[in-house]
Design a protein around this ligand. Structure first.
Ligand SMILES: Cc1cc2nc3c(=O)[nH]c(=O)nc-3n(C[C@H](O)[C@H](O)[C@H](O)COP(=O)(O)OP(=O)(O)OC[C@H]3O[C@@H](n4cnc5c(N)ncnc54)[C@H](O)[C@@H]3O)c2cc1C
Length: 378
């Protein structure tokens, strides 16, 4: 058994505070690709189910270990390398916001980070969710800013995937079902505050850097991405990915829902992210090749500490009933609080779910990776 595997007697929660882990499980914090591969091979040899956790900022319980599982924390995979003038390669556990802050201190930036101005998802967690933010109206989703992903199958085989690879698009929004991400290579831009193009943009808006990054990019630099822990207040979100023309209708639905549960939360403003289409959309996020809109409503817990989960669950049931009647609408299920058993084929759409299941079967036929979330446990 790799020496880095330990027994944990503790209960973990994700950002929802609703979902919780088993009380006893095994865990490990690999500090390199080699350690990660060794752990995965050990788990394969012993037929252990594997759970992966970044910053546990998803709110659906998908990052929390069940009884008997081996939990892989990715916090030790927090390295970076500046290998090319227009990219940075970071470990799965590097926090996207922190990577951006580091680049900004050098005069560069990522194309897309989470909204809210504070650290949240890791690089692999953002891939596993999909990833949207303030700049999606220019660059599209996070998927358009990723140049390469190194991912281990649950059996420990390394795959290096780039945008042309048929599997690449399935990683985004996959909730860790297809493999364990070890590294992500991201596009880098020079900092050009105040020089953003006017909205709306056509798909012809160039994706390449606007000018060569120049010699000051610290080519060859490598190290660890520093992380300052930050507190976030407790929020509840409901986000819909819809065709642009449906955005007003989606907004009206969310407004109606929010108004029907005035005491469930301290409501905050609605939000709308136009998501520009460039080269592809991940089928698990939005299955058509076109620009679309993320429309959402959110609120804080009424007492600043916790939510009345029964009320939120009732709200979600009503929400799901309406969304189910809209074949072109999708929820941002990968990141948001969910309750009870979920009908996954209808969540992703029957065809997308069947295609996803085929890829899952190919890569993880025994359903050992993050089991019981999207696909049934063995
Ligand atoms: C305060 C807050 C603000 C947010 N803001 C935004 C935002 O602006 N835009 C946006 O798009 N989302 C946002 N989110 C959602 C967030 O991006 C997602 O929930 C994301 O998945 C969290 O990343 P994480 O590193 O915490 O992953 P976790 O929650 O730990 O894991 C999420 C899923 O990914 C899997 N996973 C994690 N690491 C790996 C890996 N290395 N390999 C394979 N699978 C893995 C886990 O098993 C799990 O299924 C926000 C969430 C919070 C709490």
């Amino acid at each position: 058994m790799p020496s880095v595997i330990r027994d944990e007697h503790t209960v973990l929660r994700d950002y929802s505070d609703f979902h919780q882990s088993a009380e006893v499980f095994r865990s490990t914090t690999p500090a390199s690709d080699a350690e990660l591969a060794e752990v995965l091979r050990f788990a394969a040899d012993h037929e252990l189910d594997v759970r992966v956790q970044g910053r546990h900022h998803s709110m659906n319980g998908s990052s929390l270990p069940r009884s008997g599982e081996l939990l892989i924390y990715t916090s030790g995979l927090n390295h970076y390398r500046c290998e090319r003038v227009d990219t940075i390669t970071v470990g799965a556990g590097a926090v996207v916001f922190d990577v951006d802050q580091m680049l900004r201190s050098w005069g560069f930036a990522l194309r897309l980070v989470n909204d809210g101005g504070r650290p949240t998802a890791t690089a692999a967690g953002f891939v596993s969710a999909g990833g949207i933010g303030n700049e999606t109206w220019i660059y599209g989703g996070f998927w358009e800013t990723v140049k390469q992903v190194k991912v281990y199958t649950v059996a420990g085989e390394l795959l290096t995937l780039a945008p042309g690879d048929p599997l690449f698009r399935w990683l985004f929004g996959s909730m860790g079902q297809l493999g364990v991400i070890a590294e992500v290579t991201l596009r880098v831009e020079p900092l050009e505050e105040g020089d953003k193009p006017e909205y709306p943009l056509g798909p012809e808006y160039p994706l390449g850097p606007k000018y060569p990054l120049g010699p000051e990019y610290p080519l060859g630099r490598a190290g660890v991405v520093a992380h300052e822990p930050h507190e976030w207040e407790k929020n509840f979100w409901l986000t819909l990915f819809v065709p642009d023309d449906d955005a007003p209708e989606a907004r009206a639905l969310l407004d109606g829902l929010a108004a029907a549960y005035p005491t469930a939360w301290k409501r905050r403003n609605n939000y709308l992210y136009p998501i520009q289409f460039h080269t592809f959309n991940p089928p698990l996020i939005y299955p058509k090749d076109e620009s679309f809109s993320a429309v959402g409503v959110w609120g804080q817990s009424p007492d600043g500490k916790t939510f009345d989960f029964a009320k939120l669950a009732e709200m979600e049931r009503r929400f799901d009933m309406v969304v189910r009647k809209k074949p072109d609408w999708r929820r941002y299920i990968q990141s948001e609080m969910t309750f009870g058993e979920r009908d996954w084929p209808s969540t992703f759409g029957d065809q997308v779910y069947a295609d996803f299941a085929a890829r899952k079967h190919e890569l993880d036929p025994q359903h050992r990776l993050n089991p019981g979330v999207v696909f049934p446990r063995r």
